[in-house]
Design a protein around this ligand. Sequence first.
Ligand SMILES: O=C(O)C(O)[C@@H](O)[C@H](O)[C@H](O)COP(=O)(O)O
Length: 265
Amino acid sequence: MNAEPTVSIQADPAILAATAAGRLVAKLAALQAERGEATVVLTGGTLGIAMLAAVGEAESVADVDWSRVNFWWGDERFVAKDSPDRNELQARAALLDRLALDPARVHPFGAADEFTGPDAAAAAYADELREAARVDGAGADAAVPRFDVLLLGIGPDAHIASLFPEMAGIRETARTVVGVHGSPKPPPERVSLTLGAINSADEIWLVAGGKDKAGAVGLALAGASPVQVPAAGVRGRRQTLWLLDEQAAAEVPRSLLDGDSRPED
Ligand SMILES: O=C(O)C(O)[C@@H](O)[C@H](O)[C@H](O)COP(=O)(O)O
């Protein structure tokens, strides 16, 4: 059974980014101590990138053997490989370029100068995921490898990754990756994991700050329909953790704010 959401609240976006970064480093180090490697799925967006920058600044960054971390992305803007809009490029600038990575473990989505369109890039990413699932022994039927921690931002419309309310991507149940056309958040063409692929992750951490996110966060945690409120459909296998600042947490249902539902920091 997948995990019901828990909520952790920090005072402001800077503290939130630093706290989430420390939590990620500790989690990756613990996973590596247990089985040598760890897999994280990155997100784009302001806090997702701020969090990566904070990982680079954390004293504990050396606790992780970054050459044995597998990196995937939850979504990507379908633009040229060297466009500053690319989530990959932003993640590299914020953190990845400073780490000693194994390039074979880094899995960016295809770019607009490599594929004819978002659908072709999505199909190629689905193949890459399936191959990684085969290699990591996830089983003959597995379409995605084991994701230990999957990071998500959330939009003011409650989108997650590039799954927007009422659009085809959030309704997709067969595929693991979709091309997105006509995204309300620019750029209009994107590639995204689907909700099923996202929810295969052991732990999902949704990171959000600022008052423009409060309504979306509140609706998602109140149990709205995922087609209208995509973030409401997010459930990790073991943990669904909302990492919020006080402004983004303004409309969190009170029942989720009692001591029992708050994870230990
Ligand atoms: O590529 C993207 O744009 C995303 O991955 C997207 O899902 C993002 O995480 C949210 O829109 C939050 O972004 P902000 O934190 O910048 O509002």
